[in-house]
Design a protein around this ligand. Structure first.
Ligand SMILES: [Zn+2]
Length: 244
């Protein structure tokens, strides 16, 4: 994504005007059956994440990419009730190619954050969770980034579930970067982008008082990364509670 296109995209998202309709050529590149599959997959994942407490109260979100087509759940709706026709479809520059059938649905403010993982990590899917395990963990982080004061770290090691996090094993140290929260979700974009680049081994960036962004090469990988990180956060919290 060029700097100019990126700037236009961020402007559009922040100003709530992401309405640059393309000629929809990109949509010809995706098989209609695959489009339906991804739409349904987003709905199924939202229901699953709702049961886990990750997207309750309309919070959280998910996006899946297929080559240069991006699917995104809408904003401000009960995620467990999303239907396949409620999904936004965009191109890689953030232009909306297909709107949901319900014209009152809005694109999520998470969009520029999802795009950051697509651009900087070549992710195939990104999810945003408001998991209470992750939020509690963010209060326990005391290690500061040497240069960026808005980034803190939590170090995990000697946990079997670390094997589920890309590039990590039981004896490795997984460093989870945590950035400071902002009043609006889209205002996290610049600090999230810095954290993504500063911690190339992490498939996630947590947000203090808020939640986490997790990505993977596809939606299944993003899901398992998120599950493993949530599990190790819960273990660390319970270890503190037990005084271990
Ligand atoms: Zn959020």
């Amino acid at each position: 994504m060029t700097l100019l296109i990126k700037s236009i995209f961020y402007f559009n998202i922040i100003m709530e005007k992401p309405i640059i309709l393309s000629d929809k050529k990109e949509l010809d590149l995706i098989d209609p059956l695959e489009e339906l599959y991804v739409r349904k997959k987003i709905c199924a994942m939202c229901r699953n994440f709702y049961r886990l407490g990750w997207v309750s109260g309309t919070g959280g979100g998910i996006s899946i990419r297929r080559n240069n087509i991006v699917f995104m759940a809408p904003s401000g709706v009960q995620k467990e009730q999303i239907k396949p026709q409620d999904i936004f479809i965009l191109d890689l520059e953030g232009n909306i190619l297909k709107y949901p059938q319900n014209k009152e649905l809005k694109l999520t403010e998470c969009a520029p954050l999802f795009y950051s993982a697509y651009e900087l990590r070549n992710a195939g899917a990104v999810l945003h969770s408001h998991s209470s395990n992750v939020v509690l963990l963010t209060f326990l982080a005391t290690i500061k980034h040497p240069e960026y004061e808005f980034i803190s770290e939590y170090h995990f090691t000697r946990l079997e579930m670390l094997k589920g996090i890309s590039g990590h094993g039981y004896l490795d140290t997984f460093i989870l970067p945590i950035i400071e929260n902002t009043p609006r979700e889209c205002e996290l974009t610049e600090t999230l982008r810095i954290a993504i680049q500063e911690y190339p081994k992490s498939p996630a960036v947590a947000v203090k008082d808020h939640g986490i962004y997790v990505w993977g090469e596809n939606e299944d990988k993003a899901k398992t990364q998120a599950e493993c990180i949530d599990y190790i956060c819960e273990i660390e919290i319970k270890k503190r509670m037990l005084g271990l």
